[in-house]
Design a protein around this ligand. Structure first.
Ligand code: DP6
Length: 324
């Protein structure tokens, strides 16, 4: 039996990954840039075991259904191929979230699985190789291999598409992100389906892509010069632009709910009254609010007037993967 265990933290993109140029290899249409966060992480154990007839996947104590297990199995196939083994595996994952928010993260999940598999099969992959591997499970997972600010270079093939950490200057430690968890009854459009539909049909997609080099250059400059105002403005505008592409897809869709709009409005009000903060959103109704660490208490307090406190989770910059 070959066993490995690893932990990976989730990340939130400030410049979004939205669209693939290769669905099989998960090569993105654009570079993206994220901040790894300390509040949510996944711990995963993988055991390749001759006694097993099939792969099994236990998540937070629950045996997962065929579809969820098949996704994990496809990723395990990549590990098996690298190790030259046919052994089936038992995967046990736990998502650590400060509240029962039902917040699952494919980024931390697939990054932890890649690292646990690396350890179990003694593949000896370094973090760059691991980033490439995690990417094959879920694009954003390639960024969760590293801590702090991380850029995913889109690359042109399996070898060149991977993430790397930006040179650390301590700026990330001055930041906080408040997760505003929003309940929503709408049927989800997964990020995978949503971005596919957007690339294929949205009239706004070419405009989104054309605007990215400028956003990326500007945000890297903001990080290098520790310019919070620029960082926040670019983050908020980039997220809004990504979400605008979904409105022009055929058929159109949106991840925004009325509560998301309320949260965005609150951010604008806080800014207008002198507390500088900015929002971003991903493939769901939750809103993430970026602020300076020194303002986190004021931001959290303001949100607690409109959202119950168990729906508010404060996060700070987090580390890359660790082997357990
Ligand atoms: C909106 O990485 O979940 O969060 O590669 O299909 O697994 P797949 O998609 P995923 O997409 C993340 C999209 C996003 C933006 C981002 O994290 O960059």
């Amino acid at each position: 039996m070959h066993t490995g265990k690893a932990r990976a933290y989730t990340n939130i993109a400030l410049i979004k990954y939205w669209g693939k140029k290769d669905e099989e290899l998960i090569l993105p249409m654009n570079n993206s840039l994220s901040l790894t966060l300390d509040a949510f992480y996944t711990e995963t154990t993988v055991s390749f075991d001759p006694a097993l007839q099939a792969d099994t996947f236990l998540l937070d104590g629950q045996l997962q259904n065929t579809a969820a297990t098949a996704k994990i199995s496809r990723f395990l196939d990549l590990l098996r191929e690298l190790a030259g083994t046919k052994l089936r595996a038992a995967v046990t994952s736990e998502n650590f979230v400060p509240t029962a928010a039902g917040l699952a993260s494919s980024a931390s999940g697939l990054a932890a699985l890649a690292a646990a598999g690396n350890a179990a099969l003694q593949l000896g992959l370094d973090d760059s190789q691991l980033s490439r591997l995690a990417r094959r499970g879920s694009g954003s997972a390639c960024r969760s291999i590293f801590g702090g600010f991380v850029e995913w270079e889109q690359g042109t093939d399996d070898i060149t598409s991977l993430a790397h950490p930006l040179a650390a200057n301590g700026f990330e430690n001055d930041l906080a992100m408040l997760f505003v968890l929003i309940n929503d009854k709408q049927k989800d459009v997964s990020s995978r389906d949503g971005m596919r539909r957007t690339v294929a049909t949205s009239a706004f997609y070419p405009g989104w892509l054309a605007s990215l080099p400028e956003d990326l250059a500007a945000i890297k400059q903001a990080i290098a010069t520790q310019d919070f105002t620029a960082l926040g403005r670019i983050t908020e505008a980039n997220g809004l632009k990504m979400h605008a592409t979904t409105l022009a897809a055929v058929p159109p869709f949106t991840y925004w709910s009325p509560q998301s709009l309320l949260a965005m409005d609150l951010v604008r009000q806080l800014r207008a009254t002198g507390t500088e903060c900015y929002f971003t959103m991903d493939a769901g109704p939750n809103v993430k609010v970026l602020c300076r660490r020194q303002d986190e208490a004021a931001v959290q307090q303001a949100f607690s007037n409109s959202f119950s406190s168990d729906r508010l989770i404060l996060a700070h910059a987090g580390p890359g993967i660790s082997y357990l």
